[in-house]
Write a protein that binds this ligand. Sequence first.
Ligand SMILES: *Cc1c(COP(=O)(O)O)cnc(C)c1O
Length: 251
Amino acid sequence: MSELEQTARIRANILAIHECIDAAARRAGRDPGSVKLIAVSKTHPPESVRAAMAADVADFGENRVQEAGEKAEMLADVGGIRWHLIGHLQRNKVRRAVAIFDLVHSVDSLRLAETLHRAVSEAEQAGGRARLPVLLQVNVAGENQKEGFDLAGGLADTARLAQFRAEVAQIVELRHLEVRGLMMIAPYVVDPESARPVFRALRELRDDLARDFSGLPWSELSMGMTGDYEVAVEEGATLVRVGRAIFGERA
Ligand SMILES: *Cc1c(COP(=O)(O)O)cnc(C)c1O
């Protein structure tokens, strides 16, 4: 496929996804404008990012700090890109991540939150940013997933929930972090309808936290990917992370 054809295809994909997002939002009685599409550009070249930007996408998701940093440099001539970290963050990559990302979706432990807090504090002393917006990644689904705060028993597991709340209470005190909401990777399912209960569980958890930690907006719910983003929007997603449906299959 020529680059021109590739650009046209990416554009058509984005328009179709926006239509599906809008329809899903309306079905749920939500404002379609309350859902943001994040184009997951991992493994794809900077040209693909440019093509998506030509179709009015400004938010891009990457799961590796190194790859995102290289891409951001190659796209330094383009203004207005917002980079989202959606993959696990190793603690030795935290400083670099603080310099690149506009929103870190994958804060999955108190320890990582504290390390990020210190890195942002250092960045501020060096004349950089003073605050980093983050989401807390939780695992409400179980199913052999390792990443995220472990709430595999869902809201019914009161012991784990209490432990999580105690950690959240410490994280919200870290003044260099700005907790904006929750993120989840739903288990892979053939029928997206079967992911609905975990999306709903994440929204309920968010509503719970918004009551307990009322000083924060808790406005963002990052959930839904190529296979299930419409169901996620029906259940309250504000950030959907879509890769394959925009850029095609990854190598
Ligand atoms: C790769 C990835 C996505 C995008 O997945 P697609 O199936 O390509 O839409 C979304 N979220 C996370 C955390 C990912 O790693």
